[in-house]
Ligand binder design. Structure first.
Ligand SMILES: CCCCCCCCCCCCCCCCC(=O)SCCNC(=O)CCNC(=O)[C@H](O)C(C)(C)COP(=O)(O)OP(=O)(O)OC[C@H]1O[C@@H](n2cnc3c(N)ncnc32)[C@H](O)[C@@H]1OP(=O)(O)O
Ligand SMILES: O=C(O)CCC(=O)C(=O)O
Length: 474
């Protein structure tokens, strides 16, 4: 079963296939684009009355939509199944259902879902509704079928102009984005399907994105660091809690994670790889900061399950916003699977809020700063992201995720970077659920660097590096 959206190598082939099916859609799209601005304005005036009438009828319509809304939700899970491995039995049944679904039915579902969204967002999207009606050159509506009309509207959504990320006031970033494309920006890289997948699930897996040659170089550099052949300023070396107090071994067996390798030119190359950045840009926009870097060397579990990473949301660690302009790129440096503790994600949780985090009550102890979400729905479908060397997953900082125990004898390696739009802004976490991590980070800064008055925000400003465009507010 395939669980990725795209294999880089297979990209061209699949695109061609899709293109074929989209010819009709494209024609309609072109028709709309040809409309001039004057025509649009004339239409706007005429449509004012229509809008009022629509709003009048909206309340009654909304009540009827309850059933359809449910259907839309189910579809999110189904789409996810098409692209990822889902173990839950229930979900497998749903997947089988989907296999027998006709293409036609899918289109109708899309239309229905779109209709629900359309109504929910009608207030903000008046402009777009107008644009849809302007497709007719004569000013009169053609006899286009209702279904085709809706499909055209959907295409209109996929074809939105870029969302403009401004430097200030930062708060406007969150409020001005259309709800249905809240988590990604207009771009020419993601297919509508990929974009929709990220919007609905909060992650996107791209196969074979980073070359084996690059990964081998990162591995060699990691080994050199472990052998202490290179000294990297600012680097934080973590040992698993199970071995932290044991005798020092000066090789990779003693290191479970490297953090903050921004001053290591070889490892930091990962953060600036063009093929990674082009995906990152779909979420952050063109001004990109690499805020946090890690090379994770998940050790074989010493029998106390300390190699697990509790379920968490990365945003818990970040005093900057907005969340939807932050993204993590996590690349497998070898095969990662359930045996050696692959990533586990709860699809769709990125649409929720930041939850309270604290140390999990694990018998075998837990690594420093490894906070877990206090409560999440244990029945939420889980997706195990099994990946091959070079595969890269991009995920949202509110997505609840973690990783399992490494039950093998090998060290499971991955390299990652958290990126943020340089336009993001720092927030004060006082009085929020992030106060506990703020306290720990400040203590660590004091202990390591003797920095007494450094703020939580400054620990990030100090470590962040620009990788593309201009450094703005971060
Ligand atoms: C300019 C200021 C810079 C400040 C640096 C801030 C770092 C902030 C990290 C933020 C992470 C953001 C991540 C976002 C992405 C999502 C995630 O990855 S979630 C997980 C995030 N957390 C971490 O990655 C932290 C992991 N922990 C570590 O890296 C290390 O534990 C450590 C915090 C670096 C340990 O540092 P330090 O206190 O300097 O360690 P030691 O001096 O070696 O040991 C002190 C003490 O603690 C014991 N110990 C050592 N390692 C561990 C461990 N892994 N778990 C538990 N305890 C550990 C050690 O035995 C010593 O104990 P003692 O009793 O004092 O002898
Ligand atoms: O690599 C892992 O095991 C977990 C990484 C993770 O959860 C993270 O980067 O936030």
């Amino acid at each position: 079963m395939s669980w990725t959206h795209r294999d880089e190598e297979g990209r061209g082939r699949r695109r061609k296939k899709k293109e074929k099916g989209r010819i009709g859609k494209k024609k309609r799209k072109r028709g709309r684009k040809k409309k001039g601005k004057k025509g649009k304005k004339r239409k706007k005036r005429k449509k004012g009355k229509k809008r009022k009438e629509r709003k009048k009828g909206k309340k009654g319509k909304k009540r009827k939509k309850g059933k359809k809304r449910k259907k839309g939700k189910r579809k999110n899970v189904e789409e996810c199944q098409n692209l990822v491995v889902v173990e839950e039995e229930e979900v497998v049944e749903e997947e089988e259902e989907e296999v027998v679904e006709e293409e036609e039915e899918e289109v109708v579902e899309e239309e229905e879902e779109e209709e629900v969204e359309e109504e929910e967002e009608e207030e903000e999207e008046v402009e777009e509704v107008e644009e849809e009606e302007e497709v007719q050159p004569s000013g009169q509506r053609t006899k286009m079928s209702r279904a085709a009309d809706r499909l055209k509207h959907l295409i209109g959504h996929l074809d939105r102009p870029s969302v403009d990320i401004r430097t200030s006031p930062a708060a406007s970033l969150a409020s001005t984005l259309p709800l249905n494309f809240r988590y990604s920006l207009d771009n020419s890289l993601l297919t509508p399907e990929q974009r929709r997948f990220y919007e609905e699930n909060g992650f996107l897996l791209i196969k074979n994105l980073v070359s084996h040659e690059d990964i081998d170089r990162f591995r060699q550099e990691f080994e050199r660091i472990c052998r202490r052949e290179v000294d990297v300023p600012g680097l934080v070396v973590m040992r698993d809690v199970a071995i932290a107090k044991s005798e020092f071994v000066s090789d990779q067996r003693a290191v479970s994670k490297l953090q903050d390798f921004q001053e290591d030119p070889e490892l930091f190359r990962f953060c600036a790889l063009p093929q990674v950045l082009e995906y990152v840009e779909c979420f952050t926009g063109p001004n990109i900061m690499a805020m946090h870097t890690m090379l994770i060397n998940k050790p074989p579990d010493a029998g106390k399950k300390t190699s697990r990473h509790p379920m968490h949301q990365d945003l818990h660690y970040f005093p900057f916003r907005p969340a939807h302009r932050i993204v993590c790129a996590w690349t497998a440096m070898e095969t990662v699977n359930r045996q050696n503790g692959c990533l586990v994600v709860l699809p769709g949780t990125h649409t929720g809020t930041l939850k309270e985090h604290d140390y999990p009550e694990w018998e075998g102890g837990v690594n420093k700063m490894y906070h877990g979400v206090r409560d999440f729905d244990p029945a939420h479908p889980r997706v195990h992201l099994e990946m091959q060397k070079g595969d890269t997953v991009f995920f949202h900082p509110l997505l609840i995720h973690g990783s399992g125990m490494n039950q093998t004898k090998g060290f499971r390696k991955a390299i990652s970077c958290h990126y943020a739009a340089a336009e993001c802004y720092y927030i004060d976490v006082k009085g929020t659920t992030q106060e506990n991590i703020e306290k720990e980070v400040k203590e660590l800064a004091h202990k390591r660097y003797n920095l007494d008055h450094i703020s939580f925000q400054d620990t990030w400003a100090f470590r962040g590096r620009l990788v593309k465009g201009d450094r703005i507010s971060l």
